[in-house]
Structures are given as structure tokens and as C-alpha cells.
Design a protein around this ligand. Structure first.
Ligand code: PLP
Length: 355
């Protein structure tokens, strides 16, 4: 590809981590993409630079009023080279997050171009083991030093990269246990739940900690108004399988519109399943789990891809989903989805973009 952005070379490359022991988000690659925004210049200073700390004023607006949004996507090494999974979708979603938080818009095509150039420089950092990938984290935040409450006039945009291992070794999915949170809420309609805004995660930590103390892996969030309808789980959207039919909560402004969610809906329909987006009451989930009509439950998000749910706790009730093991539909979707991502099967939807 034609190099487009200036590259500031580093003197020495880093030692790459051991591929067999990759954990999430600890090791960062040699380079990152960076650009600055000001009202006078718009986005400028676009370049690929050595990954390094960033000086910041103690009065930077992001530290006080939280104008920060991010994205998460992955690059895979295939027999034909590196490829990205639906990167345009991520930058389009970032623009929606930015719009809500009064932050500047990105040029989606330019952001994809910058990402492609960065990935092509960092190809050797994409781990090649089964289920491994290079996790990509675009981020934007307000860096104007000013303590007044109003949209900042200057921002920074970065793309950083971190090699990640398979969430599950050797494609063997392990069911998680989820705790239905009935006190705290993650988001309300009219708020910022649909945005990948940094503050949403700060607000969710207390419930996650409590669930973990009780022996659960993740929190299942209910809607913020009636506290009765299913929203999503941790940083994943959620799917309920009733035999041959997949049901997921409809997007309502407080649920994060996952790209995995959207892609699974398309893929499942393509594979012959019936798919439905609608409101789902927690009581329906509990009773359908008990009478056996709810056969499988899984979470879906970029980091884990698909995560089977084996057990749900709601108030005093604990229900097992199906046999408590990974269901057939979940496994089939996981296999079909990951083989498109890692280039071992056809890509009928042209989701992958080669670098
Ligand atoms: C990122 C995220 C998801 C999943 O989105 P993907 O685009 O599929 O990765 C779901 N819920 C929340 C709260 C998220 O932050």
C-alpha cells in the first residue's frame, strides 16, 4: 500500500511478548497513530510515532468532565496477510459517540487508511496462534487545559495496538455465570449508553465487583427505568436461543450497538436461524430457562467474540441454561464467525478488509 502519513521511526524495536502467554491489554506495540484537533486547524499533526507516554496538563478537560470515547476491533494474520474486521463500522460508531459527547467527527475513510498503514508497519506483532489477534484501541479525548464546563476546543485521537491471546484455548468455549443486577443501572435512554464513552465503564465497576465477590463472571444489566428488561452483559450484547430462533434485545438508546451483535444477526439468518430483536423481560428468561424452552444464552462482543452463559442468578433464583454447557447453536456460530475473521473460510458478507 502507499504510505500516506508521516512515520517517526524509533531507534530500537521492543522485544515481543511470548505468544503462548498473552494476556489482554498489557503489551503495546512499537508504534501508534496520533493526531490533534483544534478549532482553527481541525484534525492535524497526523502521524505514526513511537508508542510512548503523552504529556498532559492537570487541567485537561477529560480529567475533569470526562469527554473521552473509545473503540475496540481486531486485526488477524491470515495465509494471505493481515486483515481487519469491519473497521469502518467502528469509526462510524465512534462518530456517533463523539456526536453525543460534543466531540469532533472523524473522517472515517482517513481513519481506516491510518489504521491500515499502522497495521502494515506492525504486522509482525499480530500473533499467529489459534484464536490470537492484534487488538486495536482507537481513543479520543479532550485535552484543552480549561476548567469551565463546556465542550473542549482541542482533542487528541490515538490508535494503540496490543497483541491478545485466545480468550478460550483451542476453540473450547467455557460457559460463564452471570449475575442479574437489580440495584445499579448501566445506562438510561436519553443518556450515553449507546456511546462507547469512557465514563460508562467507570459507572459499571461497582456492580462487576459485587458480582465477582458472589462468584459470578459478569453482570447482566436491566433497563434503567423499569429494571425489568434485558439490556446487555458486561461489555457484550446478549442473545437468547429458543430452539432454532435467536432473540436479542432491540436497540433502544441505552444499549451499546455492538458490531458483533449486528454481524451475528446477519450470520445467523444466513445459516438458517430465525432472528428477532425485541424487548425481553427478565421474568421471561427465568421461566423459559426453567421450562426448557430457552435452550442457550450467549454474550457477543469483539474481545471474547462469543461467550456461552451456563447459569443466571436473578434475585433469589439461580437457573441453569440448557445443560449448563456450551450449546450447539453457540458453538456453530462461534466456529462460523471466527473462521471468517481469521480467513479460514469464505467471507460471504465481505466483512474483512486486507491491509
Ligand atoms: C464494546 C461493547 C459491546 C460490544 O460491541 P462490539 O462492537 O461487538 O465489540 C457491547 N456492550 C458494551 C457496553 C460495549 O462497550
Amino acid at each position: 500500500m502507499v504510505a500516506k502519513f508521516e512515520v517517526v521511526e524509533r531507534n530500537e524495536l521492543k522485544q515481543k511478548p511470548d505468544q503462548d502467554n498473552l494476556s489482554f491489554g498489557i503489551h503495546f506495540t512499537d508504534y501508534m497513530f496520533t493526531m490533534d484537533y483544534s478549532e482553527e486547524l481541525g484534525w492535524h499533526n497526523k502521524k505514526i510515532v513511537p508508542y510512548e507516554d503523552i504529556p498532559m496538563s492537570p487541567a485537561s478537560q477529560v480529567l475533569h468532565y470526562g469527554q473521552a470515547v473509545f473503540e475496540g476491533l481486531k486485526a488477524y494474520k491470515t495465509a494471505a496477510g493481515a486483515q481487519l474486521f469491519r473497521p469502518n463500522e467502528n469509526f462510524k460508531r465512534m462518530n456517533k459517540s463523539c456526536e453525543r459527547l460534543e466531540m469532533p467527527q472523524l473522517d472515517v475513510e482517513e481513519a481506516v487508511q491510518a489504521l491500515k498503514q499502522l497495521i502494515s508497519i506492525e504486522q509482525d506483532w499480530i500473533p499467529t496462534g489459534e484464536g490470537q489477534s492484534l487488538y486495536i484501541r482507537p481513543i479520543m479525548y479532550a485535552n484543552e487545559p480549561y476548567l469551565g464546563v463546556r465542550p473542549a476546543t482541542s482533542y487528541k485521537f490515538l490508535i494503540i495496538l496490543t497483541p491478545v491471546g485466545a480468550y478460550y484455548g483451542k476453540g473450547h468455549l467455557t460457559p460463564i455465570k452471570i449475575f442479574v443486577e437489580d440495584e445499579y443501572v448501566r445506562a438510561v435512554r436519553g443518556g450515553v449508553g449507546f456511546a462507547k464513552a469512557a465514563g460508562n465503564y467507570a459507572a459499571s465497576l461497582i456492580a462487576q465487583s459485587r458480582a465477582e465477590k458472589l462468584g459470578y463472571n459478569q453482570v447482566l444489566w436491566l433497563d434503567g427505568v423499569e429494571q425489568s428488561y434485558i439490556e446487555e452483559v458486561g461489555s457484550m450484547n446478549i442473545f437468547f436461543v429458543f430452539g432454532n430462533k435467536l432473540v436479542t434485545p432491540q436497540l433502544n438508546g441505552s444499549i451499546l450497538p455492538g458490531i458483533t451483535r449486528k454481524s451475528i444477526l446477519q450470520l445467523a439468518a444466513h445459516l438458517g436461524y430465525e432472528v428477532e430483536e425485541r424487548r425481553i423481560h427478565i421474568d421471561e428468561v427465568v421461566s423459559a430457562a426453567k421450562d426448557g424452552s430457552l435452550t442457550e444464552v450467549f454474550g457477543a462482543g469483539t474481545a471474547v467474540v462469543i461467550s456461552p452463559v451456563g447459569e443466571i442468578k436473578y434475585k433469589d433464583e439461580v437457573v441453569t441454561i440448557g445443560s449448563g454447557n456450551t450449546g450447539e447453536v453457540t458453538q456453530k456460530l462461534y466456529d462460523a464467525y471466527t473462521s471468517i475473521q481469521n480467513g479460514t473460510s469464505e467471507d460471504p458478507f465481505r466483512w474483512c478488509l486486507s491491509v
